[in-house]
Design a protein around this ligand. Structure first.
Ligand SMILES: [Zn+2]
Length: 254
């Protein structure tokens, strides 16, 4: 009994103090386990969808083995995507194809570095911000809107389409991927001939057992107004990044 009174003596003033500070929602949330559980979950989801996390401290991610599958350090993927990639890699190898990961998970900060570097370099070619954003968006995402934020998407072997086309050194790689990638859950989101979005990217493949749902979650939870915190972000709403670039993928990947 003595302790009960002691605890009440501490808790009751704390509760009224919280109320008097205008923190009624937070004080109320502390008494309701449901609210406490839901709020961080949705914040965690939107942060993840927009790459606002550190993949090196997230146990859903694993490091891609070097030199087996990549020549680069710090390549990380969601575990499930990596397991599927390893199976695909083994099958491709039997057919004489060597799949090498050259880019994988990139968080918001990493994408911001890429975007802002391109923003500076494109200034001369396209001084107008809207035009400049559209030039960069041919092949690069705004921070917060990249599929690479999810740990489900990879770039393989080279970053140019001619390389994967007739006569290119990755022609056979591309033919193999078109024929077999889907057997391992991988799909090419940026195909030729789409109405909106990034240009064709023959090197970019997505693990759809995870990414199809993440695309859906992104479209339900993120708007252009959420894309802030980097140079040129003011163009996101006018361009319609979510509708044109996030949604504008190969429908087979959904
Ligand atoms: Zn990519």
């Amino acid at each position: 009994m003595k302790y009960t009174f002691y605890l009440l003596g501490l808790l009751v003033p704390a509760y009224f103090f919280a109320l008097s500070c205008g923190q009624t929602t937070e004080a109320g949330a502390q008494t309701s386990p449901t609210t406490v559980a839901e709020k961080p979950a949705s914040e965690a989801l939107t942060s993840y969808l927009m790459g606002k996390y550190d993949q090196t401290k997230d146990d859903r991610f694993v490091t891609v083995e070097k030199p087996a599958y990549t020549d680069r350090p710090y390549m990380m993927l969601r575990k499930e995507a990596y397991e599927a990639f390893k199976n695909m890699h083994a099958a491709a190898k039997k057919d004489g194809i060597n799949l090498r990961i050259i880019s994988s998970t990139r968080n918001f900060q990493q994408q911001k570095s890429i975007w802002e570097s391109k923003w500076s370099k494109t200034a001369g070619q396209a001084p107008d911000p809207l035009e400049r954003a559209r030039v960069i968006l041919q092949y690069s995402s705004m921070p917060g809107a990249s599929r690479h934020h999810w740990g489900t998407d990879i770039d393989v072997n080279a970053l140019n389409n001619p390389d994967f086309s007739k006569g290119g050194k990755n022609e056979k790689t591309y033919d193999w991927l078109v024929q077999h990638a889907s057997e391992y859950g991988f799909c090419q989101p940026y195909t030729a001939g789409r109405e909106h979005g990034y240009n064709e990217e023959r090197w970019h493949w997505s693990y759809t057992p995870l990414s199809a749902d993440l695309t859906k979650q992104y479209l339900e939870n993120i708007t252009d107004k959420d894309l802030t915190g980097f140079t040129g972000s003011e163009t996101a709403v006018q361009i319609g990044i979510v509708e044109k670039y996030v949604k504008g993928i190969n429908p087979n990947c959904n």
